[in-house]
Design a protein around this ligand. Structure first.
Ligand code: NAD
Ligand code: DAU
Length: 336
């Protein structure tokens, strides 16, 4: 049985990954999460009592906690989701992004190197490649060219990971995925934010002209890709993961309004994000060809499933937008 340390497993993608592992794979999961504003134990409801899951509240920057968990639970693999993940927050406050995304990853790498673990999987992002014009796609050979403090911190972490492979022989993989959507995503990110606003008849704040393009992947399909890499990839390989679902933001926002049954009059174009990347598109042919992975959910199915999940899980949504969310929203959007 594989014994995996999942970091950030109370966040959006991490919690979906832990759920998938416990449902579908025979492995033991230690889940280390600091429970920042983005971490939520409700995302793991029904899974916290499993005898194959040990949740620990703690920081990946804490060497003592990381080392003792790895020894106590005889960890053979790390899957590192823990991060500050929101681009807008990295613009208003970049320091924590370096603390967690760079120094936290370094701390995990040191613990992994010292224990010679079987695999270190770094969950990275397509944003490390920068922005595309109207043509072309990111491949694994595209040079890193990050544009935001968030993506710069993720690129730095990627380089640390590969340097530990080169210098110390660490058995690692890096995955770079496009935009995820689905259940349990915190409503600072575009899709759940727009759903929440539409439900509450609030304006939908579209940055700039709304023609920025993202390549959307249903979160479950990201999780199956990560498992494929963890269980089948050769060490040292980097994989792009994406859904081949390029959509302009305005198109996604219109779909949400239509499903929620609200008027397009709620759309408000607001001041653009500084340094806003225009287009991301992922060439995932290496994942598909070498590992036989493919997405199982089309964007058309996945977006309906996601909107309906938020409509049906009103309590989850109202809980996460209580407390600090309102002051975050006001500081980011009022007068914009
Ligand atoms: P998220 O913000 O929803 O969750 C991050 C989790 O990490 C939270 O549970 C938080 O409490 C935890 N965390 C933060 N700092 C920590 C620390 N110092 N120690 C321990 N735990 C800490 O993020 P997400 O959207 O689920 O993204 C997960 C990972 O996937 C990130 O590394 C992100 O860069 C990457 N990624 C995200 C996307 C996307 O579309 N969301 C796409 C590609 C890659
Ligand atoms: O590409 C992968 C990345 O996708 C991940 O690495 C990041 O962790 C994740 O946050 C996401 O980054 P984006 O910046 O693309 O996601 P976000 O949901 O913030 O924005 C998606 C698009 O929508 C982007 O073009 C900005 C726009 N947007 C966003 C918000 C929050 C708006 O127009 N209005 C908004 O209010």
């Amino acid at each position: 049985m594989r014994r995996i340390l999942v970091t950030g497993g109370a966040g959006f993608i991490g919690s979906n990954f832990v759920r998938m592992l416990l449902d579908e794979q025979d492995c033991f999961v230690v889940n280390l999460d600091k429970l920042t504003y983005a971490g939520n134990l409700e995302n793991l409801a029904g899974y916290l009592d499993s005898d194959r899951h040990k949740f620990v509240k703690g920081d990946i920057c804490d060497a003592g906690v990381v080392g003792s968990l790895m020894d106590e639970y005889k960890i053979d693999s790390i899957v590192n989701f823990a991060a500050e993940s929101h681009v807008d927050r990295s613009i208003t406050g970049p320091k924590i992004f370096i603390d967690t995304n760079v120094n936290g990853t370094l701390n995990l790498l040191l613990a992994a190197r010292d224990r010679k673990i079987e695999r270190f999987l770094q969950v990275s992002t397509d944003e490390v490649y920068g922005s595309l014009g109207s043509e072309g796609m990111f491949t694994e050979d595209t040079p890193l060219s990050p544009n935001s403090p968030y993506s710069a911190s993720k690129a730095a972490a990627d380089m640390l990971v590969s340097s530990f492979g080169h210098t110390f022989g660490l058995r690692y993989n890096i995955t770079r995925c496009s935009n995820n959507y689905g259940q349990f995503q915190f409503p600072e990110k575009m899709i759940p934010l727009m759903i929440n606003n539409a439900v509450n008849d609030k304006e939908l704040p579209v940055y700039g002209d709304g023609l920025h393009v993202r390549d959307w992947l249903y979160v479950y399909d990201h999780c199956t890709a990560l498992w494929k890499v963890l269980s089948e990839a050769e060490p040292g390989e980097v994989y792009n993961i994406g859904g081949c679902n390029e959509k302009a933001n305005l198109e996604v926002v219109r779909l949400i309004l239509d499903r929620v049954g609200k008027s397009e009059g709620l759309i408000k174009h607001v001041t653009d994000r500084p340094g806003h990347d225009r287009r991301y598109a992922i060439d995932a042919s290496k994942m598909m060809g070498q590992l036989g992975w493919k997405p199982s959910v089309t964007f058309e199915e996945g977006i309906v499933r996601t909107i309906d999940w938020y409509l049906e899980n009103e309590k989850w949504l109202s809980d996460v937008v209580s407390g600090d969310y309102q002051s975050y929203y006001d500081s980011m959007y009022s007068g914009r």
